[in-house]
Ligand binder design. Structure first.
Ligand code: PRP
Ligand code: URA
Length: 208
């Protein structure tokens, strides 16, 4: 299924805390990383395992290892950095590809201002991270450039997604799976998600 709304109680609780209007920068930051890690747990639960015999404390023991998975995490600047350490806490060996997208607040069009991708993208699963999927423009533009650079297996982790954005992304890229802590109600006339989190980048970086 391409859209996964993850209803784990820890995620629901932490996301509820993030919605408070009076949340501090420190708390918002910490919770974004924690929910990022919990979404990673869910987005990797179908990874296949292979058995390997190793030397254990009492002799040979057969253990399981994740089978041949190369991963690149793709934070969308700026706000995606707010989830990066959470994802890396569970996949510490992943390479990081950085993509900068900025949404024009008038037209709501996304434009790319940075693209620093790792090599061998055709052999890696790409895990895009961005707290907000609103109109879908930033996500579509990021998926477009990853596919152009060779990616064939892409998953997206977002804290909150608007139905309008999900529809747009899946219309253009039906092969991409989206993992979100919440599918919210709708976008307002300024392209903000309701009830949403407000401006995630501003809350993570303490701007405004
Ligand atoms: C926000 C957010 C997403 C984008 C979502 O970033 O982090 O990247 O908007 O909107 P969309 O789905 O309509 O494209 P923003 O452009 O505000 O930049 P920032 O992360 O630097 O604050
Ligand atoms: N970007 C945000 O940070 N928040 C929204 O609600 C929409 C786009």
């Amino acid at each position: 299924m391409p859209i996964h709304e993850v209803k784990h109680p820890l995620i629901r609780h932490k996301l509820g805390l993030m919605r408070r209007a009076d949340i501090s920068t420190k708390n918002f930051r910490e919770l974004a990383q924690e929910v990022g890690a919990l979404l990673t747990y869910e987005a990797t639960k179908d990874f296949s395992l292979q058995e390997k015999t190793i030397e254990g404390w009492a002799g040979p023991v057969t253990v399981e290892q994740i089978h041949g998975k190369k991963i690149t995490i793709v934070p969308i600047l700026r706000a995606g950095l707010g989830m990066l350490d959470g994802v890396l806490s569970l996949i510490p060996v992943a390479r990081v590809s950085v993509v900068g997208q900025i949404r024009n607040e008038e037209t709501l069009e996304a434009s790319t201002y940075l693209e620093k991708l790792v090599g061998e993208l055709d052999q890696r699963m790409a895990l895009i991270v961005d707290p907000m999927l609103a109109t879908g423009g930033s996500m579509i533009s990021t998926i477009d450039l990853l596919k152009k650079a060779g990616s064939t297996e892409i998953r997206a982790l977002v804290l909150v997604a608007a139905p309008e954005g999900i529809e747009k992304v899946l219309e253009k890229h039906p092969d991409v799976s989206i993992y979100t802590a919440s599918i919210d109600d709708h976008l307002n006339e300024k392209g903000y998600i309701l009830p949403g989190l407000g401006d995630a980048g501003d809350k993570i970086f303490g701007t405004k």
